[in-house]
Design a protein around this ligand. Structure first.
Ligand code: SF4
Length: 212
């Protein structure tokens, strides 16, 4: 782990957000599964990173009630119902668009289910990010979202029709597309840690490029 990542982990922990560095996808998968109790109800914010480390498959096949809104064959009604149920899950797992070296967890969302569950609801939130998601500051995080994450996410969703323009141009035009994927911008800076409320969020930083 380089000194910048070590510093980021110290800052996150200071902000009452648990943080780990792991070397690769296998270690990330083991680390996440180790903190999800058997029998837990697990909500899911759509994440290529979680698919890549094998977590989605492990949750589908493991001793959990896995609320996957995007499971093949789900209707749109299923999708919305599972997104709503995820807001009160025991554990919510997701990726992130960016994390800044000063500890800000930065995300945009089209529907809002992912950022809503990150903010409040599930007792535990686990966020897995590849090293490519770590950026210098908030300005770089927002640039990454507009110039990298959003265009790639638009390209990943073939059902977006008409697709937001950034999928073709690679540049944000602050569109009004019906499939605009950055309707909600959320920046998590810190968590409570007091007699009444315990911290909820764990960040797992993987020393490999993952996700979009
Ligand atoms: S506002 Fe539109 S064009 Fe800009 S990043 Fe979001 S979806 Fe893409």
């Amino acid at each position: 782990m380089d000194e910048q990542i070590a510093g980021l982990i110290r800052i996150l922990q200071h902000n009452n957000i648990s943080a780990f560095y792991v070397r690769d996808s296998d270690e990330a998968l083991r680390t996440v599964l180790a903190v999800i109790p058997e029998g837990a109800v697990v909500g899911y914010g759509d994440s290529l990173t979680l698919q890549q480390i094998g977590l989605v498959e492990a949750l589908e096949n493991g001793p959990y009630t896995f609320l996957n809104p995007w499971k093949e064959g789900n209707s749109i009604e299923d999708n919305i119902r599972l997104k709503r149920q995820s807001l009160t899950a025991d554990v919510f797992v997701t990726g992130s668009n960016a994390i800044t070296l000063d500890g800000k967890i930065v995300n945009v969302d089209g529907h809002g289910n992912r950022v809503a569950a990150m903010l409040f609801g599930p007792e535990k939130v686990i966020i897995v990010v590849g090293i490519n998601k770590v950026v210098e500051n908030l300005e770089a995080a927002l640039a990454r979202i507009r110039e990298v994450a959003a265009p790639r996410n638009v390209q990943r969703h073939a059902h977006f029709a008409p697709a937001p323009p950034c999928g073709a141009t690679g540049v944000c035009s602050d569109c009004s597309s019906p499939w605009r994927i950055c309707n909600k911008l959320v920046i998590i800076e810190r968590e409570f840690n007091n007699d009444r409320y315990r911290p909820r969020i764990t960040v797992v930083i993987v020393g490999k490029e993952l996700g979009l």
